[in-house]
Each structure stands twice: as structure tokens, then as C-alpha cells.
Design a binder for this molecule. Structure first.
Ligand SMILES: Nc1nc2c(ncn2[C@@H]2O[C@H](COP(=O)(O)OP(=O)(O)OP(=O)(O)O)[C@@H](O)[C@H]2O)c(=O)[nH]1
Ligand SMILES: [Mg+2]
Length: 344
């Protein structure tokens, strides 16, 4: 599934801007009509105005429906994000209303064309044009709450992180202040992207490193795990559950220093809670801030420092191995050193 480029969603015009644009274009079009006979000229002009106004409105509205991704085509993670950010029901309802508006406008334009063909007087042509304009305005008026909603939703969705679900993704979790963001920054090639989660005021770090031409994405979970499970609201729970869909590996970071914001006991409780949520995901437990403590030489524990870089290469290697181990079961995704007879 391709990732959504929320940032590329075009601006949504205000309702009066849509109508202005349509009526302005229509007047210009009517000026292009040439016919020496006034009766025929007016008839053509009035019809042309209605058809071109309708076409502008229709194209504008349909462009929204088409440029906005259909929710069903989104990954579960993106669906959960959109739901948390703006509400999936509102999303569907608004796009549905806008599509309805476009269809109504098209059908009014077709009716008007037939009517103008039947009419026999200049006043009637003008009258039919005015009536069509009035109906266009009232259709747009009717869907104006949805158009306005779409404009606001765009501003929120633009700030969502874009995760490419075709590439591996590592979700970095842990108690507040353990060094999640610092780890992503340190492991990233280049500056990590900073996005905003809709459900917390905190900033979300999205970084990646490359290994054998694959992009390993890393995403932060700020503010999601700050509170005990029972106090978390629905949206946070949804977001946590969504993590299971996006991540190939959950990297759980523990700050073992005595200065840690959260006690070791509480951090272990959180690890247990999170393990319960991630029924299918591999979890890698990593100790942070190794520059501040003498890393206890536990055989399976990785200790890293985002400041000195200690343990980073080892961590990267482990992540790549864990993700690769997962993928051998996929016959289309052979490991790179897989022997191929057809090449020799
Ligand atoms: N000495 C040392 N300090 C670190 C290291 N990693 C992070 N820190 C410090 O720990 C603090 C928290 O780091 P962050 O990366 O913001 O932690 P976080 O887990 O993202 O915090 P939240 O987003 O608030 O949950 C900052 O003051 C960092 O400078 C490290 O490896 N060594
Ligand atoms: Mg952080």
C-alpha cells in the first residue's frame, strides 16, 4: 500500500470562492459567443453560461473527491491516524456530500439546457440562466459545512506523518524522557522529519536509515505511553493499537539510570503492557544513555548512547536482522545473498 502524501492535498476553496470562480469563467465564456441574430445569440450565451459555471463547480468538487484518498485504500495505521485526527465518519460523510453536490450541479445544467431549447423568448433564456445560477448557489450552500470541514481537515492532515508501508518500520516506544527522540535523531541519516500527532501536543520524530538500498523507517511514540493504561482515552488506545499495524519491530527503550523520570519498576510494567498489545510484533529491548551508566554486561541487552554513539552500529545490525528474519517467509522477498541460478 502506498503512503499518503498528505502534504500534497490541494487547498480547499471557500464556498463563495467556488461560486465566484464559476460565475466569472461563465461570463467570460458568454462574451465569446458570436451570432448576429440577437435571439440566437442570447440563447447560446445563456446556455453557455450555465454549462461553463456547472463545469467549473463540478470539476472543482470532483477534484476534491479524487485527490483525497479513499479510507478503504489506507493502511490500518493511516486509518487510525485519520480517525484520531479528524474522524473517519466525518471524512466519509463530507466527501460523500461533495460528490452529491457535483452530481446535482451536473443534472441541473442538463435540465437547463433542455429547457432553453424548448423556450421561445429572450426573457425566458435569461430567466432560465438566473434560475440555474440560483440552484447552483443553493446546492453549494447546502454542502458548505462539508466543504468547510474539508478545508479544516486538510490543515490537520497535512501535519500527519507519512509512513511508507512498503518499507520496514521500527516503532520506538518507552516511558517519557528515556531518549526516544534522541535515538531516532542519532540513528537517522539526515535530519529526521518532525511531524505532529493529532492526539498529543508533542512532536513526533520520523527518521530513517538506509541499508542495502532499503529504507528503514523509525517512528516515535511521544505522549502515548505517559499514563497508565486505565487512564488513557480512546484515541490514544487506538493509536497504540495502530502501532501494531505499522511496525515491523517495536524497539522498547529503557532508561536504566537512577535519574530516569520513570522508575525502573514502572518502566518494566509499561514494557509488559505494551508487549500485551503487540501480539505479533517482535520486541527489542534496548537500554539508553549508556554514557551515564556502566552498562551491565547482560548478554542479550543492547545498551546505546545517543550522545557518544556507543552501541548504535550493533543496534542497527540487530534491527536489520530481526526484520530480515521476518521476511524470509515471503517468497517474493528473498534475502539479498540468496543464490540465483538464472543469473549465471
Ligand atoms: N546522557 C545522555 N542523555 C540522553 C541520551 N539520550 C537522550 N538523552 C537526554 O534525555 C532527555 C530526553 O531525551 P528525549 O530524546 O527527548 O527523550 P524522549 O523519550 O523522546 O522523551 P519524550 O518525547 O518526552 O517522551 C534529553 O535531555 C536528552 O538530551 C543519551 O544517550 N545520553
Ligand atoms: Mg520525544
Amino acid at each position: 500500500m502506498a503512503s499518503i502524501e498528505w502534504r500534497k492535498i490541494p487547498t480547499v476553496l471557500k464556498t463563495d470562492e467556488i461560486l465566484d470562480k464559476a460565475f466569472r469563467k461563465a461570463s467570460k465564456q458568454s462574451d465569446t459567443v458570436e451570432d448576429p441574430d440577437k435571439y440566437h445569440r442570447v440563447r447560446k450565451q445563456m446556455n453557455k453560461m450555465v454549462q461553463s459555471a456547472a463545469s467549473v463547480i463540478d470539476t472543482t468538487l470532483i477534484a476534491y473527491v479524487e485527490r483525497w484518498p479513499s479510507l478503504n485504500a489506507l493502511s490500518e495505521f493511516d486509518q487510525a491516524l485519520v480517525d484520531a485526527a479528524v474522524g473517519n465518519d466525518n471524512y466519509r460523510k463530507s466527501l460523500g456530500a461533495i460528490q452529491w453536490g457535483a452530481e446535482r450541479v451536473r443534472s441541473i445544467a442538463a435540465d437547463t439546457q433542455r429547457k432553453i431549447l424548448r423556450l421561445r423568448d429572450i426573457d425566458g433564456f435569461h430567466q432560465a440562466r438566473r434560475s440555474a445560477y440560483g440552484r447552483f448557489s443553493s446546492i453549494i450552500e447546502q454542502i458548505s459545512p462539508e466543504i468547510e470541514w474539508l478545508g479544516e481537515a486538510r490543515d490537520i492532515l497535512r501535519k500527519l506523518p507519512s509512513i511508507d508501508s512498503n518499507e520496514p518500520c521500527i516503532v520506538v516506544a518507552g516511558s517519557p524522557n528515556v531518549g526516544k527522540s534522541a535515538l531516532i535523531t542519532s540513528l537517522s541519516s539526515g535530519e529526521p522529519e518532525v511531524a505532529a500527532y493529532p492526539f498529543t501536543t508533542k512532536q513526533l520524530h520520523l527518521g530513517h536509515f538506509m541499508h542495502r538500498r532499503r529504507k528503514y523507517q523509525m517512528v516515535d511514540t511521544p505522549g502515548l505511553l505517559d499514563r497508565p493504561m486505565v487512564e488513557r482515552n480512546n484515541i490514544e488506545m487506538q493509536a497504540i493499537a495502530a502501532l501494531e499495524n505499522v511496525g515491523d519491530v517495536l524497539l522498547f527503550l529503557i532508561d536504566p539510570t537512577p535519574e530516569a523520570t520513570t522508575s525502573m519498576d514502572e518502566q518494566m510494567n509499561l514494557l509488559e503492557e505494551v508487549s500485551g498489545l503487540m501480539s505479533e510484533r517482535a520486541i527489542l529491548v534496548v537500554h539508553s544513555k549508556s554514557d551515564l551508566h556502566k552498562s551491565t554486561e547482560m548478554e542479550d541487552k543492547i545498551a546505546i548512547s545517543s550522545i557518544t554513539g556507543e552501541g548504535m552500529e550493533n543496534l542497527r545490525k540487530r534491527l536489520v536482522e530481526m526484520i530480515a528474519a521476518d521476511e524470509i517467509s515471503d517468497p517474493l522477498n528473498l534475502p539479498e545473498d540468496w543464490p540465483r541460478n538464472d543469473l549465471t
